[in-house]
Design a protein around this ligand. Structure first.
Ligand code: ADA
Length: 569
């Protein structure tokens, strides 16, 4: 399954497959690597996480991957990596061509033209060790396992002198089919370009001699026979942008999202977001999921009655977002972050990397109609002044790049949070009935008062009262198959009761715009001491286990999300 955008004019070589591989060890000095001396002693599928494989499970260190690609002699090439973690160096024909961090956002590496040779060597040195200098966005304390490898697809392109870099379609007056299109160019850009836009493969509009200003052309296009996109009817349109020697086919949807008077409006109508937080994870594959699993996850979401997913806690695979576009599942896309604090926010290297990945996320996912909200810094320390510059810069950057969607972040600071008034939607992560219930014999009784007092607080604050409110995380853990007469913590029954009470409240309370239950399925997390509260070294708050086997809570949530509960079925 190849995610959008698609291309038909440039020569494209898919580099997914078996690459030469070697795990070099845990004490390699990356500044002293001599790639010509690496002995490749095994093979590794790309994409994959190498440390999800039995031979390297749990190892931290440096790995080398090698392949070759044919680029027509004299042509400029580029290799595009969708996700490599945690830090990597890319060598082309033995020369260091670029470095990259973090995983989960794409990057490209130039293959300079060579007049003589066609077969070019690509070596990727991948490092999954924690390193605040090289990989400032990934931390040991994250409650999800940080894998290493070339984890998403790799493609090589031959490019003309001036190529299309991005094509972003922003819906305008959707009922008329009006969209604005921004086409960005790379390479040697001329002052003007002859462009055409073909809609849905048939309606072609010419834009001869369009001026390229700051690397981009802006076009106003009207979609003939516009069909709106919505969860109930996820209609999609395509647009082919074409120059004399390049093209790009993008897919988009006509829909409008707004936050108004405490509600989220989709195409002018209030929508209640019913969903789950989803990691990209599987015990066998780590975060490198095959098409089969992505499709299965979508089918499970639909069966559950979800119309919403929060992609926790990093930009998810473009293939998955394509599937959400097709299935009508609304999406909260979040940049990589988990629990960072003032020491991060006052480190320029961290802030720069955070801004760069956020820019990459928005740029990459711009055309997905499913994405209605951008977020960042899950549970950051958002109640200290030291966080201000970082939070405000991220909000500003997202609004500059994309004023058409909502901005948010998942806060666990609630009443003391300093930046909620600046976002469009207030998101709280909250665990009534689970955390801080040590001596409480009936923790389930905490749930409704806690949620209602949070809502009352927001409605009492002049600067927050009109913002939609989402429970961006709420839940409790259950071990798959664990039942006990007392229905205590870790039983499937306790989790089901907890989530039943949450979901009924969300569905019945107009002051709550939605929920993304923590979490869709169980995920691997800390393997050491921090796992004391994480039985099996998994975060067990999934309503399915890691193999997607439903727990009792799945059925309870499904009854409420699908409305069977109200009908008394
Ligand atoms: C936080 C965090 C999640 C997960 C959750 C939990 O809210 O955002 O990633 O760690 O807590 O299970 O405690």
């Amino acid at each position: 399954m190849k995610a959008y955008p698609h291309f038909s004019k440039r020569r494209t070589v898919e580099l997914d497959g078996l690459w030469d591989f070697s795990f070099l060890g845990d004490d390699i000095n990356l500044d002293l690597i001599d790639v010509s001396r690496i002995a490749y002693n095994s093979r590794m599928p790309v994409p994959s996480a190498f440390d999800a494989f039995p031979a390297y499970a749990g190892k931290r260190g440096t790995a080398a991957y090698r392949t070759r690609v044919d680029i027509t002699a004299g042509k400029r090439g580029v290799v595009q990596f969708q996700s490599v973690g945690m830090y990597c160096q890319v060598y082309v024909d033995g020369k260091l061509a670029r470095t990259h961090h973090p995983a989960y956002v794409p990057f490209t590496c130039d293959i300079p033209s060579d007049p003589c040779q066609k077969s070019r060597e690509i070596v990727v040195i991948v490092d999954n060790r924690y390193d605040p200098m090289r990989a400032p966005l990934q931390e040991k304390f994250f409650d999800f396992y940080n894998y290493g490898g070339i984890m998403r697809g790799v493609t090589a392109f031959e490019l003309p002198e001036c190529h299309i870099e991005h094509c972003h379609v922003t819906p305008g007056d959707i009922t008329r089919g009006a969209v604005s299109v921004r086409v960005t160019f790379g390479g040697k850009t001329p002052p003007r370009v002859n462009l055409s836009a073909t809609i849905d493969g048939v309606h072609r509009v010419e834009f001869p001699g369009s001026p390229i200003v700051n690397g981009a052309v802006r076009l106003a296009v009207t979609i003939p026979n516009p069909t709106l996109w919505s969860p109930e009817s996820p209609a999609l349109h395509t647009m082919t942008l074409e120059t004399e020697d390049d093209d790009m086919i993008v897919r988009f949807g006509l829909r409008e999202v707004k936050a108004e008077k405490g509600r989220i409006l989709l195409n002018g109508k209030p929508v209640k977001l019913l969903g789950v937080c989803r990691h990209e994870a599987h015990p066998q594959f780590g975060p490198a999921l095959p098409d089969q699993q992505l499709v299965a996850d979508i089918q499970i979401l639909k069966d559950l009655g979800c119309n919403f997913v929060r992609g926790a806690h990093y930009p998810q695979d473009q293939r998955f977002l394509d599937l959400c576009d097709e299935a009508g599942i609304l999406f909260f896309e979040e940049a990589l972050g988990w629990g960072q604090n003032k020491s991060h926010f006052t480190t320029p290297r961290f802030v720069e990397a955070q801004l760069a990945q956020t820019r990459a996320m928005v740029t990459t996912s711009f055309n997905h109609p499913c994405v209605i909200m951008w977020g960042f810094l899950n549970e950051g320390e958002s109640d200290v002044e030291e966080a201000r510059t970082c939070y405000e810069s991220l909000i500003r950057l997202i609004r500059e790049l994309d004023p058409s969607r909502l901005v948010t972040y998942a806060s666990f600071k609630r009443r003391t949070d300093l930046f909620l008034a600046q976002v469009d939607v207030v998101c709280y992560n909250t665990y009534p009935g689970w955390y801080n219930a040590e001596d409480d014999e009936n923790p389930l009784a905490q749930i409704l008062p806690k949620i209602r007092s949070d809502v009352a607080f927001l409605r009492s604050r002049q600067d927050l009262k009109d913002k939609p409110f989402i429970l961006s995380e709420i839940g409790g853990a259950a071990i798959y198959g664990w039942h006990d007469a007392m229905n205590g913590f870790w039983t499937e029954e306790y989790q089901a009761e907890l989530l039943e009470s949450v979901c009924r409240e969300v569905v019945g309370n107009d002051d709550i715009s939605g929920v993304s239950i923590w979490q869709f399925f169980d995920c691997r997390t800390f393997k050491c001491g921090r796992a004391l509260r994480r039985a099996r070294a998994f975060n067990n708050k999934g309503i399915l286990d890691e193999y997607r086997r439903p727990k009792q809570a799945y059925h309870s949530v499904k009854r409420i999300f699908t409305g069977q509960d109200r009908k008394g079925a």
